[in-house]
Design a protein around this ligand. Structure first.
Ligand code: ADP
Ligand code: ZN
Ligand code: ZN
Length: 802
């Protein structure tokens, strides 16, 4: 077909439509929807996605498209259709959604190579092109007269692959490696020849003779207690050589993973898995909510359901929250399915992510385990979609397109006629309510597989501690338990629930708090470089010596960061070996895994950290979990704060006593009577659910209503207020009778990066024309949005009300 409808890479609502282009002769046989192309657009040449091919158009003067960038489509027909669904549902641009579905590499600058994959004769013209080489630059192909169609056939047959080299600006970390540059014989001769004084050189050569594999220079120098100069001397003599090697980025690649066998399911597990299996067999797009306490064997059910899917020749997507995509979790999937698994998480480099994506695209694997965006895996025969820790808010993307992976999963399941299984020990209220109504099918696991008791939870009232004269952050009970635990040679996890807290500085004389000059928020104190930073923009400054307001020099640090807990532990429990895990200590790549490994090897007694340690971790010697500030989230202006507190406390108590040793949990709180704390202590999800539902009903919050959050921001305060006001007014006129439009009110953080922020909220039960209304609002301000003076964010499923 000779005309292609194309979505162009111009992110604006006025270009959010298809444009028709004429397909040049040489591409006609091979072009298909889902390929990327370059097209002339005004004076520029830009990228676009082919979404449709046709022979007719209403336009009279067509421009030719420039170049087809892909030989095999990067988006399947289903993904193109899904993209449309996501764009509509989240009021996003098509181009933004398509870009989101693809690995970063395909959005950046790259060059392409054609790589020969077979020794068989290809074809006379291709043989001439390759001319005996294994790989050739793609440009040589385009310069030749060989047809794209011909190449495409060879690629489909697997005889040739295309390889993308990213012109990455991220400099990869390199290691200097050392190796002998001469034969062993020559090296032995050199040993003889060297003078007695050259002891260090001799040792080094001796070592390299015994260990012929390349070794990292830094390691070698340390090992032999020598210096880089010794290496250099030997290099200049031509005995050893050094070379650069890229640091290994895949933390799993080198670790042998033990193969595991399926367990014989418990009766409870079998009963829960039955309906999943029959859904797979019957090709029914049921949504299951698998509710079971931590350790009840949910993951085993995922694994065996996937096994069933694989044996039918189908594919499986497993979503896991980024934070619990730990090596332990990955190992469970790789242990069962080996190299049939692709893993996608943010810890991978752009190149590695692309490699994993390619394994999926080329059908080299049948399973993907990944964070949110893995829901867009380019599989074409999906048999099951699993969402573990279903309640996690990281499944919702917080910038454009603001999609929820659960919605996308359900839509894909419809496309593929397969079930979705969502698992959690603490399902979200929304999902559990839907399961109760029969929209989802509820599957329940009541017991842990090993029949192990849930750990006992002790609630400590920190107000009483204070009255009793204990001014430390550790209650007497927690301190005693930690000591006893260490004496038994067991391990401790300490969780600091830090959200809602930050370390800020305040003047003790006048109460002045240092705030960001561009955002309405206190600056956070960073101890390592003694600076104040804004967490919303990049602003930072040195810590003032005197109060900027009253000149007093009595400046105090507030908040309970993990660093402070660590310092306090060092004073009160000096014999304890502590590993601290928070954003500061895990910023470097691989450090997360490294710290966990150290802890599992018992190189520390206490693992101290923030939310990131609450999930998925499984250590057999952890018998005590302490929560330092259970209620710090409760006071956030967010209707989900009780739910989040309950979830976090339940998750973290699940960390204790998962194995033979019995577990203990101590929760420190200033609000010991709050239902989210007491029900979590009893491991009582159902009663928490009932209580929280009553609260939601009384205040008309989800799941009783749906919400839309519209945030307006503008550098001009008055304009921000005005636009927000206009929006409320417009909407109030059109919405259905039961719908309320609230606002405008200043956002919780009323100013970020010098932009004033106002918001309005829609609460509705039935609003069939909601999306058109919202689109209408967006187009009404299109001019200001395009000029970027006005920012308008519409969130049809808000999770953070800030
Ligand atoms: P969850 O995902 O609900 O936390 P897991 O699937 O991780 O639970 O199971 C908890 C533990 O029980 C794991 O160590 C797992 O290997 C083991 N397990 C799961 N199912 C069985 C079974 N049927 N028989 C024996 N052990 C099992
Ligand atoms: Zn700021
Ligand atoms: Zn002051």
């Amino acid at each position: 077909m000779k005309i292609a409808s194309i979505i162009v890479d111009v992110p604006s609502s006025s270009t959010n439509q298809t444009y028709d282009y004429l397909v040049p002769e040489k591409y006609r046989e091979m072009i298909t929807p889902g390929m990327r192309v370059t097209v002339p657009f005004g004076p520029r040449k830009i990228m676009g996605f082919v979404v449709q091919l046709k022979d007719e158009t209403t336009l009279t003067k067509l421009k030719e498209l420039h170049e087809v960038l892909d030989i095999t489509p990067v988006l399947t027909d289903e993904l193109l259709k899904l993209g449309e669904f996501v764009a509509k549902k989240t009021i996003s641009l098509y181009i933004t959604v398509f870009q989101t579905m693809l690995p970063q590499v395909l959005k950046s600058q790259y060059t392409k190579d054609l790589v020969r994959e077979t020794d068989e004769f290809l074809s006379p013209e291709l043989e001439e092109l390759f001319a005996g080489r294994e790989s050739i630059p793609f440009e040589e192909f385009t310069a030749s007269s060989i047809s794209y169609y011909h190449l495409q056939k060879q690629i489909e047959a697997g005889n040739i692959t295309i390889y993308y080299h990213v012109k990455s600006r991220i400099t990869k970390k390199q290691l200097t490696m050392v190796q002998l540059d001469v034969s062993e014989m020559r090296a032995l001769e050199t040993l003889e020849d060297l003078s007695k004084q050259a002891k260090k050189q001799k040792e080094l050569i001796q070592y390299l003779i015994e260990h012929p594999e390349p070794i990292e220079q830094a390691k070698l120098v340390k090992l032999l207690d020598t210096s880089a100069q010794t290496v250099k001397t030997l290099v200049s003599k031509g005995i050893v050589k050094t070379f650069q090697q890229e640091v290994f980025r895949d933390p799993y690649k080198n670790q042998p993973i033990e193969q595991t066998e399926a367990f014989e399911l418990t009766d409870e597990q079998a009963a829960a898995m039955d309906p999943i299996i029959s859904s797979i067999d019957e090709k029914e797009d049921n949504v299951f909510l698998l509710h079971g306490v931590t350790g009840s064997g949910k993951t085993e059910i995922y694994l065996q359901s996937i096994q069933h899917v694989i044996s039918k020749g189908q594919e499986a997507i497993v979503l896991v929250p980024e934070i619990s995509l730990t090596p332990q979790m990955v190992r469970r999937f790789k242990g069962r399915f080996g190299s049939n698994v692709a893993v996608m998480h943010s810890g991978l480099s752009a190149g590695e992510k692309y490699d994993e994506w390619r394994k999926i695209q080329q059908k080299q694997v049948q399973v993907v385990v990944g964070a949110r965006s893995a829901i867009f895996a380019p599989f074409s025969n999906i048999g099951i979609i699993i969402i573990d820790e279903e309640h996690e808010t990281t499944y919702k993307q917080e910038d454009q397109p603001r999609y929820h992976a659960r919605d996308v999963a359900i839509e894909r399941a419809k496309n593929h006629h397969c079930p979705v299984v969502m698992g959690s020990a603490t399902p979200s209220l929304e999902s559990f309510a839907r399961a109760k109504k029969g929209v989802y099918k509820l599957l329940t696991l009541y017991n842990r597989t090993n029949r192990q008791q849930m750990p006992s939870v002790e609630i400590v009232d920190m107000r009483k501690e204070l009255h009793a004269g204990n001014r430390t952050m550790f209650s007497t009970s927690l301190m005693e338990s930690m000591k006893a635990c260490m004496e038994r040679g067991e391990q401790i996890v300490l969780l600091l629930n830090r959200r809602g807290y930050s370390t800020f500085i305040m003047c003790r004389d006048c109460g002045h708090v240092s705030e960001c000059p561009h955002c309405d928020i206190a600056l956070t104190y960073h101890k390592n470089n003694h600076r104040l930073k804004c967490h919303y923009c990049s602003y930072e400054q040195a810590v003032p010596n005197h109060c900027p307001s009253c000149e007093s020099d009595l400046i105090r640090y507030f908040g309970t960061g993990t660093q402070r807990v660590e310092e306090s532990l060092a004073k009160l429990l000096p014999e304890a070996r502590v590993i601290r895990m928070d954003v500061d200590t895990t910023r470097r790549k691989g450090s997360h895994e490294k710290l966990l490994k150290q802890f599992s090897e018992k190189k520390a007694d206490i693992l101290l950290g923030t939310q990131m340690i609450a999930k998925g971790l499984d250590f057999k010697d952890v018998t005590l979990v302490g929560v330092l500030s259970a209620d710090s989230m409760l006071h956030l202006p967010d209707f989900r704060s009780a739910e989040r507190t309950f979830q976090l406390l339940t998750q973290v108590s699940g960390r204790a006593g998962r194995h033979e040793l019995a577990g203990n949990v101590i929760v420190q709180t200033y609000t010991p009577e709050h239902y989210s704390v007491t029900y979590a202590a009893e491991h009582n999800f159902l009663d928490f659910y009932k209580h929280e539902m009553a609260v939601r009903k009384a205040f008309q919050y989800p799941p009783f209503v749906f919400l839309v959050l519209i945030t307006v921001s503008h550098e001009n305060h008055a304009r921000a207020v005005q636009v927000a006001g206009e929006i409320v007014k417009q909407l109030s006129h059109v919405v259905a009778p039961g719908t309320t439009v609230l606002g405008p009110t200043p956002s919780t953080i009323a100013r970020i990066k010098d932009r004033y922020r106002y918001q309005c909220m829609i609460k509705y039960k039935h609003e069939p024309n909601l999306i058109p209304y919202l689109e209408h609002i967006q187009s009404a301000y299109a001019d200001e949005i395009r000029k970027q003076t006005l920012q308008l964010s519409i969130d049809t499923q808000p999770y953070y009300m800030m």
